[in-house]
Design a binder for this molecule. Structure first.
Ligand SMILES: [Zn+2]
Length: 495
C-alpha cells in the first residue's frame, strides 16, 4: 500500500526588532491553505509545498494535505497565533497517523516566549506522530538552525540559492529522501555545525563572492560517496535569539564522510569572513547618482528597510532626498492611511510613510501629485523565479505621480520586491524608470539586476541594518558572534 505522507508547514522569518507583531490575520492574509486547498493552490508552483507534492507523486505517496501557513516577514509571532497554527498541524498528525511527514519550515521563526519556534513545532509534531515515523523538513537559507531542530527531524534540507529560486527543487528532494528512508527503514547520520558568525542579506548572494566559493564547496561535498545533503544556513541576523548565526547541516550514510565534508564547508565559510563585510553609500550621494540623466534604471537598494527581512517598508530617508532633489523614478511605500487618503481622488497632497519607526526610518514626507492608479485589494501571481505561481496580496493600492515624475506607490500590504510583477500589475514598466528604490538586501536582484544600469546600496537607518553593530542585541550568545566580537575587523577596512 502506498505510504501516507503528511505535507504541512509554517513559514515565517521573524525580525524581533520590528514593532509589527505577527498575528493570525497576517498568516491568513499572506499564505494559508489546508487540506485539498493546499494541493490545488500549490501544485505546479516553485514553492517547497509545490516541490513536495511533485516529489510525493514521483515516489508514489498517498498525500495527506495538512495546513501550510506563511506570513510576510515581520515582528515576533504572537503566542496565540503560534499555538493555533501549531495545534492545527499537530491535530492532523494525531488524527491521520501518517507513515511519514514533510514539513516546509523557514527556520527563523520566533514566537512570543518561544525563541526557537521552528524547533518547538517540529518537536511537537515528532511527539504526536507514530513512533519512528520519518520527518524531513526544508528550511530557508536564512534559517537560524538549532541543535533542537536538528534533533527533532530525521533530515533537513536548506535552499542553496539566494536570491531564492530553488524552493521547488528542495521540496522535491525532501520527498525523495523521505521515500528512501521508508524503503530502506534506515535513517541517515546527522552532522550539525554552528558557527559564531552573523552575515547580512546584502552580502549573502550565492552566485557572488564570498558565497559563490562556499556553494562550490557544498556541491563538492554533496558529490562525495556516503554524503546525501549538505546545506548552509546563512542565518537571519535580525533576531535577538541565542541560536542566531550560520550553521552547516549534513546527512548521509557514511558518518565520517559527512563530518569531514561539513567541517570543510564550515571552514570555507570562516575563511571567507572578511568578504561578508558590507559596503554602503550615504543617501545624498546615492540619490545624486540616480539624478544623473540618461543612465537609468539606477536601483537604489535599501537593505535597512528590507521588507523581505521584516522591516516595515515605510522608511522615508531615500524618498525625502528624491523629493528634495526632484528625482524621477519609482518608490514603493507601505502606508495604508495614505492609500485611504489618496483613493477616489484625482490629486493627493499629504504625509507619506514614516509611520512605524520615524526615529529610525525617517519621518513622514509631504508629497503631492496626480493619483494615476487606484484599486482595492490588488493581488498578483508571482511570475518571476521566486516562488513562481504563488499568489500574493498588495492590499489597496494608490500611485501618486509627482510633477517631476516620481511614482510613489502606496500599498495597503507590505510588498517584497522579489519580482517586478507588483509594478507591472499596477501599470509601471520598471525598465522605463530612471530610478527604482528596492527595499531589499539581495533578493531584488532576481527582479531588477538584468535591467539595472547601476545599483547603489544606500546607508539608511532601520531594523535590517547591514551594519549589525547598530542593532540592540541583548543576548550574550549574539555578542560573541563575529563581527560583533571583533569589530576591529570592520574598522581596519574603513576608508
Ligand atoms: Zn530567505
Amino acid at each position: 500500500m502506498a505510504p501516507r505522507i503528511l505535507i504541512a508547514g509554517l513559514w515565517h522569518e521573524t525580525n524581533t526588532f520590528s514593532p509589527i507583531a505577527t498575528d493570525l490575520a497576517a498568516f491568513r492574509t499572506y499564505q494559508w491553505a489546508e487540506g485539498e486547498d493546499l494541493t490545488s493552490r500549490y501544485a505546479g508552483t516553485n514553492t517547497e509545498i509545490g516541490g513536495m507534492l511533485k516529489g510525493a507523486e514521483a515516489a508514489g505517496f498517498q498525500v495527506v494535505p495538512g495546513l501550510f501557513a506563511g506570513a510576510i516577514p515581520s515582528g515576533t509571532v504572537t503566542r496565540s497565533a503560534f499555538e493555533t497554527l501549531a495545534e492545527r498541524i499537530t491535530d492532523t498528525v494525531r488524527s491521520k497517523q501518517p507513515d511519514g511527514i514533510l514539513l516546509a519550515l523557514h527556520g527563523a521563526m520566533v514566537a512570543d516566549g518561544i525563541p526557537d519556534a521552528d524547533a518547538t513545532l517540529a518537536r511537537r509534531v515528532r511527539d504526536c506522530a507514530p513512533s519512528g515515523v520519518p520527518i524531513v523538513a526544508t528550511y530557508d537559507l536564512h534559517a537560524n538552525i538549532s541543535q533542537s531542530l536538528v534533533d527533532a527531524c530525521d533530515l533537513l534540507i536548506g535552499y542553496d540559492t539566494f536570491p531564492h529560486t530553488d524552493m521547488g527543487a528542495r521540496g522535491e528532494e525532501a520527498a525523495a529522501h523521505l521515500a528512501a528512508m521508508l524503503a530502506t527503514g534506515t535513517r541517515p547520520a546527522k552532522v550539525f555545525r554552528k558557527l559564531a558568525m552573523i552575515t547580512v542579506p546584502q552580502m549573502q548572494a550565492t552566485a557572488e563572492p564570498p558565497m559563490a566559493a562556499v556553494m562550490a564547496r557544498v556541491a563538492q561535498a554533496e558529490a562525495v560517496d556516503g554524503v546525501d545533503v549538505v546545506s548552509v544556513a546563512q542565518g537571519f541576523a535580525y533576531a535577538d535569539v541565542d541560536h542566531l548565526g550560520i550553521a552547516v547541516t549534513g546527512y548521509g550514510s557514511d558518518p565520517a564522510a559527512v563530518t569531514r565534508e561539513v567541517e570543510a564547508v564550515a571552514a570555507a565559510v570562516e575563511a571567507a569572513r572578511k568578504g561578508f563585510l558590507p559596503v554602503l553609500v550615504p543617501v545624498e550621494e546615492a540619490v545624486r547618482v540616480a539624478a544623473e540623466p540618461g543612465i537609468g534604471p539606477v536601483v537604489l537598494v535599501e537593505p535597512a528597510d528590507n521588507v523581505g527581512g521584516g522591516a516595515p517598508g515605510d522608511g522615508t530617508a531615500i524618498l525625502a532626498e528624491m523629493v528634495r532633489r526632484r528625482v524621477p523614478g519609482t518608490i514603493v511605500i507601505w502606508d495604508p492611511s495614505a492609500v485611504a487618503a489618496a483613493r477616489g481622488r484625482q490629486r493627493f497632497a499629504g504625509p507619506v510613510g514614516g509611520r512605524t519607526l520615524p526615529n529610525l526610518h525617517g519621518a513622514p514626507v509631504e508629497a503631492e501629485g496626480m493619483v494615476v492608479f487606484d484599486e482595492a485589494a490588488v493581488r498578483y501571481v508571482r511570475d518571476g523565479a521566486y516562488m513562481t505561481g504563488q499568489q500574493v496580496p498588495m492590499g489597496d493600492v494608490a500611485v501618486v505621480r509627482t510633477d517631476f515624475g516620481l511614482n510613489i506607490v502606496l500599498t495597503g500590504e507590505r510588498v517584497m520586491p522579489f519580482d517586478d510583477t507588483h509594478l507591472r500589475r499596477i501599470g509601471i514598466d520598471p525598465a522605463g524608470e530612471p530610478a527604482l528604490v528596492a527595499k531589499s538586501g539581495s533578493a531584488w536582484k532576481i527582479a531588477f539586476q538584468a535591467i539595472a544600469r547601476r545599483a547603489v546600496v544606500v546607508d539608511t537607518g532601520g531594523v535590517c541594518a547591514s551594519l549589525v553593530e547598530r542593532l540592540p542585541y541583548t543576548r550574550d550568545a549574539v555578542r560573541r558572534c563575529w563581527p560583533l566580537s571583533d569589530i576591529a575587523d570592520r574598522q581596519s577596512l574603513a576608508p
